[in-house]
Ligand binder design. Sequence first.
Ligand SMILES: [Zn+2]
Length: 137
Amino acid sequence: MPAPAFQPLTASDKDLIAAARDVLRRNYHRERHSVGAAVVCESGRIYTGINVEACGYGPCAEPIAIGAAFSNGERQITAIVAVCKSGSRYPVLSPCGNCRQLIVDYAPDAMVIFSNRGKVLKTKARNLLPGNYSSHF
Ligand SMILES: [Zn+2]
């Protein structure tokens, strides 16, 4: 399998990261809301979400942001990013396995902005889950 093609970030990628940081900054709660996510859609609109932690479980920020986009009639997500809070910084996160599956199911060609060994990169969602499960729904 070829190595994933990583691409440098653009100005609009940085806007998306800023939107994720903004939603987390406005809603941060140490135990309940510690991750923010943002998606941009084909329309150009950005939708954001925060994780919703509960006792031992709770959806990540990415499905909340994706749900916000779809709830507003969007169907094509073109890029997604999630951030956490570390002191006064809001570093980019890598999506967890569940979120990778969700993103691949709904937007396999969306660009995922993620962190890898201290570097912020982006690649197509499908590159982050090779050999992924598919129910062909
Ligand atoms: Zn997740």
